[in-house]
Ligand binder design. Structure first.
Ligand code: SF4
Length: 219
């Protein structure tokens, strides 16, 4: 059975807005459609959502589903990390496409920092992340892919997610089977859990889909 990642990892969009302007950004489209923010390129912090960190059961949250960590204000991240420290049963995931702008140090065991890599030219994002963010856990997301990423430095990486572009955005590029399988093979050879998102089903056969979560997620 194919697992949908959103059934396991909840989006908690505590910051909404991002100036990067990716062609395929669904968050920008949703913000326009549902009038969530005035100007999507100006991130806003929804501090009242910190109460949602107080869960009864342990949860894994993605905090950057509608933003990029690099454009969070320092005080926003400080408040979020303080709340993460108070709720160690939960895991909090962050993603960025601009690791060169970050300067973070944390000893928290329940916060995971990641970069999105969409092509071979962005491979160095993994190293920039590890250089600029000193944390206990790192993850990589390869989505949407526009070419073959090739050999990647996976040292200290704890989770790899692979996906494809969805929707009907102009210029849409689907992940090729060989690109996804090549990345998964590299990660699995280092015993790194790999999660192929549900949208890859169809590009890959069910028996070729790998859907693993890190043991720390307890999912
Ligand atoms: S980085 Fe994410 S939130 Fe920002 S524009 Fe790109 S897809 Fe949208």
């Amino acid at each position: 059975m194919i697992i949908r990642i959103k059934d396991k990892i909840k989006n908690l969009n505590i910051v909404i807005g991002c100036p990067i302007g990716c062609r395929y950004c669904y968050a920008r489209n949703n913000c326009r459609r549902f009038h969530i923010t005035e100007v999507f390129s100006k991130p806003e912090f929804y501090e009242n959502k910190l109460r949602l960190f107080n869960t009864k059961e342990p949860r894994v949250f993605l905090l950057t589903g509608m933003s990029d960590l690099a454009y969070w204000k320092k005080e926003w991240l400080e408040k979020v990390l303080k709340k993460a420290e108070e709720t160690p049963r939960n895991i909090y995931l962050f993603l960025t496409k601009r690791p060169e702008l970050l300067d973070i140090y944390t000893e928290l065991d329940n916060v995971w920092f990641g970069v999105t890599i969409t092509c071979a030219a962005e491979r160095n994002r993994a190293d920039l992340l590890k250089r600029n963010v000193k944390a206990k856990h790192y993850h990589l997301t390869f989505e949407p892919l526009s070419d073959e990423v090739g050999e990647i430095d996976l040292d200290d990486i704890d989770w790899v997610v692979i996906g494809t572009e969805t929707g009907n955005c102009k210029g849409k590029i689907s992940t090729k089977k060989s690109w996804a399988k090549g990345l998964a093979k590299q990660a699995m050879s280092k015993n790194i859990p790999v999660f192929m998102k549900e949208d890859l089903f169809g590009i890959l056969d069910e028996e070729e889909m790998t859907q693993q979560f890190p043991k720390e997620f307890k999912l």
